[in-house]
Design a protein around this ligand. Structure first.
Ligand SMILES: Cc1ncc(COP(=O)(O)O)c(C=O)c1O
Length: 172
């Protein structure tokens, strides 16, 4: 398939929630990407900073293959050895108290919002529930993080935002 073939299929079947470049990367190695037409790119995006180790690093491939053969998924109903070990590494490297794992930036920001609310609730200061955000910011596309995202175009079709979220915003 060419870039155009993939783009046409995506336009037909994938819900149109993102503006995309007309490029369909199909292969990555280190800092390089190749699109479906065979064109090579030096990738400064890195999956929006997700592929910090580069594309398809051998140690990561090996670790993923080993884990996939050992155990695929059990959920957070149980204690999970690799999760506990990764949390230990993150805590020791960061000097912070605990690690929280989630699947997306929006969930991370939602967790931050919930944590700060819980913190003040426990201090019996639940009235301290206002969160100040910036215009032209981006914090994700869930309802709460959309409310914190200070971009009119991203939000306009999804308003009204609930006033009781108490996020100060000058663009609504
Ligand atoms: C600053 C910031 N916050 C939140 C997000 C949302 O992340 P996700 O798309 O993984 O939910 C992004 C995504 O680009 C981001 O750049």
């Amino acid at each position: 398939m060419t870039n155009n073939d993939i783009m046409a299929k995506g336009q037909e079947y994938v819900m149109n929630t993102y503006g995309r470049f007309a490029i369909a990367p199909v292969k990555g190695k280190g800092s390089y990407l190749w699109d479906a037409n065979g064109k090579q790119y030096l990738d400064f995006v890195g999956g929006i900073a997700v592929c910090a180790l580069g594309h398809s690093p051998q140690p990561l491939i090996k670790a993923l293959q080993e884990q996939a053969q050992q155990l695929w998924h059990v959920s957070n109903l149980y204690w999970i050895q690799p999760q506990a070990e990764l949390a230990e590494k993150l805590v020791k490297a960061s000097g912070l108290d605990k690690a929280f794992f989630c699947n997306s930036g929006a969930e991370a920001n939602e967790a931050a919002i919930k944590l700060v609310r819980k913190y003040f609730y426990r201090r019996q200061e639940a009235h301290k529930n206002e969160i100040i955000v910036f215009n032209n910011s981006f914090h994700g596309r869930t309802l709460a993080t959309l409310t914190a995202t200070g971009q009119k175009n991203t939000r306009k079709a999804l308003l009204p935002c609930r006033k009781d979220l108490n996020m100060r915003n000058s663009i609504t």
